[in-house]
Ligand binder design. Structure first.
Ligand SMILES: CCCCC/C=C\C/C=C\C/C=C\C/C=C\CCCC(=O)SCCNC(=O)CCNC(=O)[C@H](O)C(C)(C)COP(=O)(O)OP(=O)(O)OC[C@H]1O[C@@H](n2cnc3c(N)ncnc32)[C@H](O)[C@@H]1OP(=O)(O)O
Ligand SMILES: Cc1cc2nc3c(=O)[nH]c(=O)nc-3n(C[C@H](O)[C@H](O)[C@H](O)COP(=O)(O)OP(=O)(O)OC[C@H]3O[C@@H](n4cnc5c(N)ncnc54)[C@H](O)[C@@H]3O)c2cc1C
Length: 675
């Protein structure tokens, strides 16, 4: 290209250096050839439809943005019906529309809550209406005063046997429902979580289906106060969602609108709890946490795709003698910041696929009344949701910095991606609160194992993702045998030190807690250490699932080799980042830590010629990426230049306000200078 800037064939050159089959990698990423084909078809369908354009989204006012969201959601539904799309296709179409809105909560939480907690009869009544969008639903759990502490919710559902109805009421300001997505303006119905009171007794939190708005004119029903809670972080971004407030003033609903799969209230007002664990009330949250882990790899891979392509285009320094400048992707510092994020995107993808399998397995067991794997499902979804979303939010921000000044422009796509993504660290369970749930499990297992080891190694051995803790005698004493940098390429060497680190951190916590005056005090005092132990355990799960993925048959020339390098990078960059943990627990020596770092440098050099092809394998359209810096053709500078002129500020050459505020100022200075 002329103008001394971006070179359109620059990325073609990068693609030519790839040492693997990109199509094969697309299959490994998507999970199957079929998954690649469907995703590709839906992405193109959305990208080619003018209604789904989003390039001026950050310039819209809140009202315009919300209306645009309603329009896109209705158009998406129209296309889904017209084209008779399957559920898989429809989900992908909505994903590529890429604008948060009430439909996410309708399909993502309202429908799953009824499926998981409603009786067969209730499902038969409500689901067909929800499937046809005759009603729109949301998930109303969080209140102004309580979110994390679900047992602390204050909304009441008091049974009135004389009318066979529940009376829904918000007794205090803090009991106002606050945050539910889709509640503010769009939903006609909600699954509301409230304290069930019958025969004068409070039975704690239960779910109820409540109609909020008229199906004729959409106005709130008598006794229901509804509104949006206000603008949120960033332009565009999550402001397309009508997160809402809801108050009840003695609103009556029929008894059969209590979700009664787990427990029931009889016609006479008797409370009956079936033999299923009461934690199944939290089932919808477990389901969504699992989908959030799968989504982490999507958000992270988008940011990484933008940063890798742009880093291959961007050149700075290195031309003292008039020769070409250096692509910033060639700087070792750029590689050491970016390639671990590229590796993390693949790691989260594979652990997300595994978690989906685990969730399906647990669901099938629950159907058969086997509840034994519920704690494992809770700990895995909570821990992985926490670790992957925190790391992804940090990584998107790092990708923005990796793109220099232009990364700060809305047209880079990165500010909006960050603003949309960052609440994932809070919603569906605050990340610290969720890690503390994991640490409770680890603490109990560590305490139990310490006791059994002290006696004879009998008793129940841990299973699933905590099975490694059963190997306590070896893992408490083992010393890594790594002697050269290349020894770190051995997955067994990596696994051993990650297992030893996680177990030793959990055991240290358990020992320190046992010295405290009470377990509760010890747990509270040591909670920062417990969090770190939980992170170590979750990182071990991610590393292990990546290693296990590589034991599968992965077709395509060079595909497995590239994934092996990324797996090593993922594990070794964690080892480097958390060197303090590995050294202080005596799992490795300082020399072994240095060898890991030496190998990382070599691996970055090996990934460099493959970097652009590795992000091409995500198979994202320019529409979905929504970034002038991440364009497939690499023609960045003309696009950036063109994009600037679309800003409303450039609609006039002389800005509004010139006459009132600039001209008088400039004239006054003129007078002053004449004095
Ligand atoms: C550029 C544009 C891009 C566009 C993108 C496009 C689209 C985006 C689309 C979609 C995005 C995705 C989703 C939609 C977005 C947002 C949705 C957000 C929705 C929400 O945000 S919705 C509210 C969620 N709100 C929470 O998340 C509250 C967190 N707070 C809790 O979750 C609990 O409150 C807890 C656990 C902290 C304490 O609970 P507690 O006090 O009752 O219990 P306690 O700690 O005493 O535990 C007693 C025994 O229960 C066990 N236990 C606990 N939980 C369990 C579970 N889930 N399963 C099985 N067992 C469980 C324990 O392990 C223990 O077991 P044991 O007794 O054996 O030790
Ligand atoms: C964009 C967005 C969408 C949402 N959508 C919905 C929805 O559709 N439906 C719905 O019901 N809710 C929704 N929520 C609410 C969300 O689920 C809650 O905000 C979330 O669960 C966190 O609860 P909280 O706000 O009460 O945080 P708090 O618990 O008040 O957290 C505040 C601070 O206290 C810390 N903390 C809290 N408890 C402990 C503890 N025990 N130990 C140590 N530290 C602690 C936290 O780590 C955090 O730093 C949404 C929230 C957001 C931001």
């Amino acid at each position: 290209m002329a103008d001394g800037g971006g070179e359109p064939d620059q990325l073609a050159g990068e693609r030519a250096t790839a040492q693997f089959d990109v199509d094969g990698m697309k299959v490994a990423w998507a999970g199957s050839r079929h998954a690649v084909e469907v995703a590709d078809r839906m992405a193109r369908l959305v990208a080619s439809d003018p209604v789904f354009r989003k390039d001026t989204r950050t310039m819209l006012s809140r009202k315009e943005l919300f209306k645009d969201t309603l329009k896109k959601a209705a158009h998406a539904w129209k296309r889904i019906v017209e084209l008779r799309l399957t559920e898989e296709e429809a989900n992908l179409l909505r994903l590529y529309v890429d604008q948060p809105g009430y439909v996410d909560l309708h399909w993502g939480m309202f429908v799953p809550a009824i499926k998981g907690q409603g009786t067969e009869e209730q499902q038969k009544k409500w689901l067909p209406m929800a499937y046809k969008f005759q009603i729109i639903g949301c998930y109303a759990q969080t209140e102004l005063g309580h979110g994390s502490n679900v047992q602390g919710l204050e909304t009441t559902a008091t049974f009135d046997p004389s009318a066979d109805e529940f009376v829904m009421h918000s007794p205090t300001l803090t009991s106002s429902k606050w945050w539910p997505g889709g509640l503010g303006k769009a939903s006609t119905h909600a699954v509301v979580y409230a304290r069930l009171i019958t025969e004068g007794k409070d039975y704690g939190i239960h779910g109820f289906i409540v109609q909020l708005r008229s199906l004729d004119d959409h106005s709130p029903l008598p006794g229901v106060t509804l509104g949006d809670i206000g603008g949120k972080f960033g332009s565009g971004a999550y402001n397309s969602m009508d997160n809402g407030v809801l108050r009840f003033d003695h609103v009556r609903i029929p008894r059969d609108q209590m979700l009664m799969r787990l427990s029931q209230v009889t016609r006479e007002g008797k409370y009956v709890h079936s033999d299923v664990p009461k934690q199944l009330l939290y089932g919808t949250m477990v389901y969504v946490r699992q989908t959030i882990v799968a989504d982490a790899s999507k958000a992270l891979s988008r940011a990484v795709c933008i940063a890798v392509r742009y880093s291959a285009i961007r050149k700075q320094f290195g031309s003292q003698d008039g020769g070409p400048e250096t692509q910033v992707l060639n700087y070792k510092t750029q590689q050491s910041r970016l390639f671990p994020l590229l590796a993390s995107a693949y790691a989260y993808r594979f652990v997300g696929q595994w978690l989906k399998w685990l969730y399906t397995d647990v669901t099938q067991k629950l159907e058969a009344k086997d509840y034994s794997t519920l704690p494992e499902a809770h700990a895995c979804t909570a821990g992985l949701k926490s670790v992957t979303t925190s790391a992804t939010a940090d990584a998107i921000e790092e990708c923005r910095k990796l793109c220099g000044g232009h990364g700060y422009l809305n047209s880079s796509g990165l500010p909006e991606l960050f603003a949309v993504y960052v609440p994932a660290c809070t919603y569906e369970g605050d990340n610290v609160v969720l890690l503390l749930q994991v640490s409770v499990v680890l603490h109990l297992v560590a305490r139990f194992l310490m006791k059994t080891v002290a006696q004879v190694a009998t008793g129940k051995q841990p299973v699933g993702t905590i099975a490694y803790m059963g190997n306590i005698q070896h893992l408490m004493q083992c010393k890594s045998a790594v002697n050269t940098a290349e020894d770190w390429l051995n997955p067994a060497a990596i696994k051993e030190v990650f297992e030893a680190r996680a177990l030793r951190m959990a055991v240290n916590c358990a020992q320190n807690i046992s010295k405290a005056p009470s377990q509760e005090e010890g747990f509270s005092e040591l909670s920062p250490d417990l969090l770190e132990a939980a992170v170590a355990h979750v990182q071990l799960i991610i590393v292990t699932k990546f290693i296990e993925k590589l034991q599968e048959d992965i077709p395509g020339p060079g595909v497995k080799e590239q994934l092996q390098k990324l797996c090593s990078i993922y594990a070794l960059h964690l080892l480097h980042k958390h060197l303090g943990d590995f050294l202080s627990t005596g799992c490795i020596t300082a020399r072994q830590g240095a060898l890991a770092n030496e190998l990382l440098g070599k691996l970055y050099a090996q990934v460099r010629p493959n970097a652009v092809a590795l992000v091409d394998a995500f198979d994202y359209t320019d529409h979905y990426l929504g970034s002038v810096l991440g364009r497939y053709d690499g023609d960045v500078y003309p696009a950036l230049y063109e994009e600037a002129w679309k800003d409303p500020l450039n609609e006039t050459v002389v800005p509004d306000g010139y006459q009132e505020h600039l001209r008088p100022l400039l004239k006054q200075q003129l007078k002053l200078s004449r004095l």
